[in-house]
Design a protein around this ligand. Structure first.
Ligand code: IPE
Ligand code: IPE
Ligand code: MG
Length: 253
């Protein structure tokens, strides 16, 4: 049976976040340069974006470049930035056709100007799309995001626009890069590493975590279906007991 038929469409996560890891190792295993792995990773991005849009996932966040990734060898960083520009240029028509809206989270200003320009254009061109929200995490650090949020809130308090006692989850969440997006219910990391690597630390508080040994350039439709099926077999308890959850099956925090 096709794995897709096993997925309960009424219980899809609204938001899936992915750490696309293993491009370098995938290339090395083939005796190639790491950059070859990044290029092949784009094929997976295309398939996973299209599949997510097709099955009705509303938000897909992809970790494409971390703030810490700036510390890689310059040749690799340059190749990644070039790949980003070329990919956006190439894929924009496909995004439009599939009704995908592009968003960016991260330290946008730290990206090369050409990337900023290309991304701004792509965001504008897809702004009225109503299907999948594709969120690219670029030059992203979750700790930085949290510190920036604290700063923004402190400034409002200093200006008398906000009282300390008015600070709550909602105020805090509205100060994060992800303001307006629901929290991911499912976080997938490829390539066999069991860590979060400074990704969505606040937002993943109650996410289900799914790890696979598959390297990102090999990650395809069926791997996503497998992750979704696994997610649907889990019991999300949010601190409650299993008995409570079974009597109120669709309760969320
Ligand atoms: C993920 O693959 C892509 C980026 C971090 C840009 P890696 O480049 O981290 O690949 P590995 O983990 O070294 O194999
Ligand atoms: C996390 O992967 C960042 C991206 C996938 C873009 P890394 O490969 O940079 O993470 P670490 O260094 O193994 O934790
Ligand atoms: Mg890696």
């Amino acid at each position: 049976m096709d794995m897709l038929e096993l997925i309960d469409r009424s219980k899809l996560p609204k938001h899936v976040a992915i750490i696309m890891d293993g491009n370098g190792r995938w290339a090395k295993e083939r005796g190639q340069d790491r950059v070859y792995g990044h290029h092949e990773g784009v094929v997976s991005v295309r398939e996973i974006v299209n599949t997510s849009a097709e099955i009705g996932i509303q938000y897909l966040t992809l970790y494409a470049f971390s703030a810490e990734n700036w510390n890689r060898p310059k040749a690799e960083v340059d190749a990644l930035m070039e790949l980003l520009v070329n990919t956006i240029r190439k894929e924009i028509e496909e995004l439009k056709k599939n009704n995908v809206r592009l968003h960016i989270i991260g330290d946008f200003a730290s990206l090369p100007e050409i990337c900023q320009k290309e991304l701004n254009e792509a965001m504008q061109m897809t702004a009225s799309n109503t299907g999948l929200n594709l969120i690219l995490a670029l030059s992203y650090s979750s700790r930085q995001e949290i510190v920036f949020a604290a700063k923004k809130i402190a400034e409002k308090v200093a200006l008398g626009e906000l009282k300390p006692e008015e600070i709550n989850y909602e105020v805090f969440e509205n100060s994060l890069y992800t303001a307006g997006f629901p929290d991911p219910e499912l976080m997938i990391r490829t390539s066999g590493e069991y860590r979060i690597s400074n990704y969505l630390l606040y937002q993943l508080a109650y996410a289900e975590l799914y790890f696979t040994n598959v390297h990102w350039p090999d990650f395809r439709k069926n791997n996503l279906y497998e992750a979704l099926l696994n997610y649907q077999q889990r019991e999300r308890r949010f601190g409650k007991t299993s008995e409570q959850i079974q009597t109120t099956p669709h309760q969320h925090v």
